[in-house]
Every structure is written in C-alpha cells, then in structure tokens.
Design a protein around this ligand. Structure first.
Ligand code: FE2
Length: 367
C-alpha cells in the first residue's frame, strides 16, 4: 500500500430518515424523471411521491434486474424529450445503474447510442442529469459510486460505465425500504455487499480510509447476515445491513472490486448465476490464499474475523448452505480460458494483490 493517498466521494448522504421527506427536500421543486422497476412502482413510497409532488414529469418503470444494453437503448430512444433537472432512482442496484445510463441523455440529445459509448469508452461524456439515489436493497453500493454495470448477454459481455459525472448527487438510505426484501434477495445482495467490502481490502488501490470503511462494513455484514435471514423484518438488523452496504460502497467507490468480482462475470454470463452468489462463492478461498501476503490485509482480516483464517467465513457459508467451489456450480477446468478472458477484460483482476490464474487452479476450488 502506498503511503500517500487520495480519497474522494462527493455524494451527499442521508441515513435513517423518512425517505419521502428526504426526497422532497433534495428534489427542491426541480423537474424530475422517476426511475423504478415495475414491481417497485407498487411501493407506498412511490405512490406517495407521485401524489404529493407535481415535479415528477415522467416515469420509467420498465427496469429489469441486470440491465441489458438493448433494453436501456430502447428506454433512451423512447424517453419523452423533456428537460429533466434531476432523476430520482428508487430501487436496487439495477435501477440505480440504469438511471446512471439514462442520465447521460440530455435535452435534445436524441441519438445517444449507449453501445457505441460503452465500446469506445465514455471519455467524451462529462455531463449528466443529477441523480437522487434511493436504494431499496442492501448490496450494490451504486448510490455512492460513479459507475454502472451494463450487460450484453447476447454478446456475452459485461460493461462498466465509469464516468466522474455519474456520482449520484445524493443517496437517501432509509432501511425501512428494505424490510420487504425476500430472504433470497436479502442474502444475495448482502453477499454482494460483503464481497465489495472484502474486495476493497485485498486491493492494490486500498488506503487507510477505504480499509476503515471496509473493515467496519465487513464486520457488520458478516455478523448480521446469518441473523437477518431468520428475522427478515427486524428493523435493527435491516439498519445494520443498509449501513454495512453503504460503508462497503464508500470503500469500493475508491478502490474498485477485484478478484472475486472478476471471476464472477463468467459465472453470471455463461451459467446465469446471480451476481451476489457469483461474486461471493470464492471469498473463503481468497481469505486463505491472501493470508500472510500483506500485513495491512492481515490486520484488516484479523479485525473482522478475529484471525486470518477462513474458518469463521466458512462456518457462515455452511450455515447459509452456500457453494464454495467451481465444482458445485458444475464448472469444469475446460472453461478456465473463457473465464480468464472475461475476467481480464473486466480489468478487475488487476486490482487484486493475488494473481487470477494462480488462484483459480487452487485445489479447494475444484474439490
Ligand atoms: Fe458486486
């Protein structure tokens, strides 16, 4: 880890206050586009928002999980040509990521070609519509990062749209909004958040500020996850999960993810494994592989788990009946070259202090 470092996160945070009041305060009479999923439109918060605010001039409600390039292009092509001063994104990571892609279309800019932008790099784009991000899940951290994940499953590609204009203006985190989350989604999004926290620790871009956020996040998520899956509506546990996810976001907003995420993209694209499962199955083995390699990482792991062994993590994985090896997903070694290609294309593996190819052939991942 370098001695000198920079940390930057410009997102205004509101945590634990009533979401409706906070959104209206942040909106401040600006003309808004509301972005949500179809299911999300049934939320009382959205109905109340539409009832009390005359500032919401359009609604996009067709957002699906793992936003696809084609779907987003269709939304951009059919979006009414209004002048939106702000976008309110209420939903999980897919909704907030989609809002980021939509935010690039400014008034009069009817021909925004997202595919071209993703393939050529979005360097020319430096203006977007400000976003008020209101997470309803506790995993993606997208409310405090400047990037969005966009999938092109037909071409078997995962894109990261990363621009400094994509930091949300504000993140309104009301744990109450996550109380209705199913057991499955609570687990998947919680594992994603835990992965973000740990991935920013065995990371070449880590610094004392990111480590501090990451340790706090991982401790919170690791202890809360086994409890909340048995007590989904517990408000205190929901608060811990949302705070953990937010802290993980604050950590990886400055480091990026690393090894576990780079491996996950192949599992999601080729085997349809949900992101939270795909990006977390390898965590116990990474802990074993990284232990003893770097004193800062060792200190952070000890602060979280009490030691640098993967034992506590494996115990939670067993209790939650989670998979820990490629075998358990039906993946064979023949697939490794394709996995490496997708992992290396994502650029995430370079953030890791461990080597992707050395790690992927560890025996435990195949037994
Ligand atoms: Fe993730």
């Amino acid at each position: 880890m370098e001695q000198g470092f920079r940390y930057y996160n410009p997102v205004s945070l509101v945590f634990g206050e009533d979401a409706l009041t906070s959104i209206l305060r942040q909106l401040n009479e600006r003309r808004a586009l509301l972005v949500a999923s179809e299911g999300g439109m049934q939320r009382p918060l959205i109905q109340q928002l539409l009832n009390v605010s005359t500032n919401i001039v359009s609604v996009v409600s067709a957002i699906r999980p793992n936003p696809e390039l084609q779907d987003l292009q269709e939304i951009l092509d059919t979006l009414p040509s209004e002048e939106y001063e702000v976008i309110i994104a209420v939903g999980g990571g897919s909704v907030i990521d989609s809002a980021k892609a939509i935010s690039l279309r400014r008034r009069g800019d009817k021909k925004l070609q997202l595919g071209q932008l993703l393939k050529q790099g979005a360097e020319s784009v430096n203006q977007s519509i400000p976003i008020i991000a209101v997470p309803t899940t506790t995993g993606s951290g997208s409310e405090v990062t400047p990037w969005a994940t966009i999938w092109d499953s037909e071409a078997c590609r995962k894109y990261s749209l990363h621009r400094s204009c994509l930091w949300p203006e504000a993140a309104i985190c009301d744990p109450q909004l996550s109380v209705t989350l199913s057991r499955e989604l609570t687990m998947q999004t919680g594992l994603d958040a835990l992965s973000h926290a740990l991935e920013s620790i065995w990371n070449r871009n880590a610094n004392p500020v990111t480590i501090r956020h990451a340790v706090s996040a991982a401790k919170r998520l690791f202890t809360t996850l086994p409890l909340i899956v048995e007590d989904l509506e517990n408000p205190n546990l929901r608060t811990q999960m949302m705070l953990g996810s937010l802290e993980a976001g604050l950590a990886f907003s400055n480091t990026g993810t690393s090894l576990a995420h780079s491996i996950s993209y192949y599992l999601t694209l080729k085997h349809n494994i949900p992101h939270g499962v795909a990006c977390s199955f390898s965590l116990p083995e990474i802990v074993d592989a990284v232990a003893g390699k770097d004193s800062t990482v060792d200190e952070a792991l000890t602060a979280i788990f009490g030691s640098t062994t993967s034992k506590p993590l494996r115990a939670v994985w067993d209790a939650l009946e989670l998979r820990k090896s490629f075998n358990e997903f039906g993946i064979t070694k023949v697939e490794l070259p394709s996995l490496y290609e997708i992992a290396e294309l994502s650029g995430r593996s370079k953030n890791s202090i461990l080597d992707l190819r050395t790690f992927c052939i560890r025996e435990n991942l195949w037994s």
